[in-house]
Each structure stands twice: as structure tokens, then as C-alpha cells.
Design a protein around this ligand. Structure first.
Ligand SMILES: NC(=O)C1=CN([C@@H]2O[C@H](COP(=O)(O)OP(=O)(O)OC[C@H]3O[C@@H](n4cnc5c(N)ncnc54)[C@H](O)[C@@H]3O)[C@@H](O)[C@H]2O)[C@@H](O)CC1
Ligand SMILES: Nc1ncnc2c1ncn2[C@@H]1O[C@H](COP(=O)(O)OP(=O)(O)O)[C@@H](O)[C@H]1O
Length: 284
């Protein structure tokens, strides 16, 4: 729905194509993304993810967490909804079309991740949702499927895949996807994406200005927001990486994670099918 992945013959990700929502679109038809909040004083990372999910086009975004965390979130967000987590997670209803968990979540999050995975909602796992399984990756892999995306940086990758050599990052992502059963997006100056069915891609459209705290949390939100709109895990990971890179290319010096959202409208405008009259830069 909306976005189409474009891949070059060598599997390099190119600018995605975006078609505007149909005239009869409503917020639920554009998907409902949910992001798990970090605890009080660690809410920023999840908020960055939620803001990116909304900006990339999810019709609704809800941050879920405990009451104290939500009080903190409420001081910062308006368009994003807040919902208190109950013991049985009953507040995650059928209308939630994608979930993101990990940014700022704390490494005690493993049980929650496993419980959420039983809901069969496509998930993006980042940061602490990866690190939490450092001692027992098999427990995580047992629950993952090809509709889920993991987005490790090299440090997080090594915590789950101790024996996989990162010297060849494309091969490392491929092996990790086969082993885990999920789409693996290995972050770096070039970002490699692999699906358990053997599909691979690489994003080279990025900028070292993206090496700033919270930038990966924004990527998590972009991917979750795309998945919420009905885009498959592999395509969402690939397009999220490209859009994230384009923000970095456009923003350049002075880029900070909380300013990344400001660039998303122009990044998306540049992807519009009829963007020929647009002056939004080279169509790489
Ligand atoms: N604004 C915020 O509130 C932010 C919160 N964050 C959260 O802070 C927590 C810790 O995340 P971090 O990623 O800082 O720390 P990690 O707990 O992942 O550990 C970082 C360590 O990993 C190793 N490492 C190896 N390769 C690396 C690579 N390519 N990039 C980064 N580290 C690499 C380094 O030795 C480094 O000391 C997470 O919950 C994260 O989501 C961060 O996302 C930054 C922004
Ligand atoms: N030198 C670089 N060139 C291009 N992109 C980079 C570079 N360094 C980091 N990035 C990108 O920035 C993001 C950093 O994410 P991450 O390491 O998870 O940081 P954080 O946890 O602070 O959000 C990743 O998407 C990564 O690909």
C-alpha cells in the first residue's frame, strides 16, 4: 500500500516510489503502529520511534507503557496517543498492525517481547529487545517469523550471533536471517538487509551525519510505520533504510535525531510517483 520498493540489479536499494493514499482513506486504513515506551527518564528513544512511525504515514501511532512513563511522554507528544499497559496486554487489539519494541526499553524486556510475539502482529525489534536475549538467543528465535524485523548495530548483532564473522556484513546478515527466521537489518555506513527466504539488499544511500544518538531509534520507527501500512517486513526494512539515509543526506551537518522528523515530508515528497517537478535532489 502506497510505497513500492525499487531494487537495482546488484540489490542496491533505490528511491522508493510513493503513491498518495486513496481519496477514501481514513486513519485506520493507513494502519495503527504501536511503540513500547521506555521507563521514566528513558522515554526519549521510544518517542523518537513513535514520531517517525507517524511521520512516515501510519494513520495512528500509540505509545504503550506504564503510567509514570506515559506521564513523561504526555509532556512531549500531541498527535501520538498513549495507552497504559495492562497485565494481559489486552489493550493491544486487532487494529494494531505493527509493533516496535526495544529503544530505551531496558534489558529486562525479554518476557514482554515473548508475550508480544504470540500476538502475531508484525514486530520491529531493536536495541534492548535484542540485547535482552544475549544469553539465550534461541529463546528469541523460537518466537520470530519472517514478518518480524530485527535492526541490530554491530554490537547488538554480536550479542545474538557470537559466531558469525562481521568481516563480510552481507553474508553475516544472510546467515543471521536464516538462523533467526526473521528479517535482519544490520546497521552501518552501508546497511545490509536479509530475509529468511534468501532475499538480500544493501542500502548505500546514507551519510555519516547519521552517526548520532537516537538515529537508529528513528529507523526503527520508520520501519514500524511502513509495516503498519501493510508493507511486508523485508520491503519495509529496505525502504526504511533508504528513507533514513535520505534524511541524513538532506539534513547534513548539525543533524540530531529529534530534528530528523522535520525532513520526512520532503523525503516522502521526493518519492512521489509524480515528483518530476520537485527539486528534492538526485534520484539515486
Ligand atoms: N535519546 C535516547 O533516549 C537514546 C536512547 N538510547 C537507548 O540507550 C540504550 C543503550 O543503547 P546503545 O546503543 O547506546 O548501547 P548498547 O547497549 O547497544 O551498547 C553500546 C556498546 O556496543 C558496542 N558497539 C559495537 N558496535 C557498535 C556500533 N556499531 N554502534 C554502537 N555501539 C556498538 C560498543 O562497545 C558500545 O559500548 C538503548 O535502550 C537505546 O535504545 C540510544 O538509542 C540513544 C538515544
Ligand atoms: N558512518 C555512517 N554512515 C552512514 N550511516 C551511519 C553511519 N553511522 C551510523 N549510521 C546509521 O545511523 C544509525 C545509528 O543507529 P544506532 O547505532 O542504533 O544508534 P542509536 O542506538 O543511538 O539510535 C543506523 O541506521 C546506522 O546505519
Amino acid at each position: 500500500m502506497g510505497f513500492t520498493l525499487n531494487l537495482a540489479e546488484d540489490r542496491t536499494i533505490a528511491r522508493p516510489t510513493l503513491v498518495p493514499p486513496p481519496s477514501d482513506a481514513h486513519k485506520y486504513s493507513r494502519g495503527h503502529a504501536m511503540v513500547w515506551s521506555g521507563p521514566p527518564l528513558r522515554t526519549g528513544a521510544s518517542r523518537l520511534a513513535a514520531q517517525a512511525a507517524l511521520a512516515v504515514g501510519a494513520g495512528l501511532v500509540t505509545i504503550i507503557g506504564d503510567r509514570a512513563a506515559l506521564a513523561e511522554q504526555a509532556a512531549h507528544v500531541s498527535a501520538i496517543m498513549l495507552r497504559e499497559a495492562d497485565d494481559k496486554l489486552a489493550c493491544i487489539d486487532r487494529r494494531v498492525t505493527a509493533l516496535a519494541i526495544g529503544p530505551g526499553a531496558g534489558v529486562g524486556i525479554a518476557d514482554i517481547v515473548c508475550a508480544l510475539q504470540k500476538r502475531e502482529i508484525p514486530m520491529v525489534l531493536d536495541a534492548d529487545a535484542i540485547t535482552a536475549f544475549a544469553g539465550d538467543p534461541a529463546r528469541l528465535f523460537e518466537h520470530l517469523c519472517a514478518n518480524d524485523v530485527m535492526t541490530p548495530h554491530a554490537g547488538e548483532f554480536a550479542r545474538l550471533f557470537l559466531d558469525i564473522d562481521l568481516a563480510d556484513r552481507a553474508a553475516a546478515a544472510y546467515t543471521a536471517a536464516q538462523r533467526s527466521g526473521a528479517v535482519v537489518l544490520l546497521k552501518g555506513p552501508h546497511t545490509h538487509i536479509a530475509a529468511p527466504d534468501g532475499r538480500v539488499a544493501v542500502n548505500r544511500h546514507a551519510s555519516p551525519w547519521l552517526a548520532t544518538a537516537g538515529s537508529g531509534d528513528v529507523l526503527t520507527g520508520l520501519i514500524c510505520g511502513l509495516m503498519a501500512q501493510g508493507i511486508s517486513a523485508f520491503d519495509a526494512a529496505c525502504m526504511g533504510a533508504w528513507l533514513h539515509g535520505d534524511i541524513g543526506v538532506r539534513a547534513g551537518p548539525g543533524l540530531t535525531a529529534d530534528k530528523m522528523m522535520d525532513h520526512i515530508p520532503l523525503v516522502l515528497r521526493g518519492c512521489l510517483h509524480d515528483a518530476s517537478a520537485d527539486d528534492t535532489g538526485p534520484r539515486t
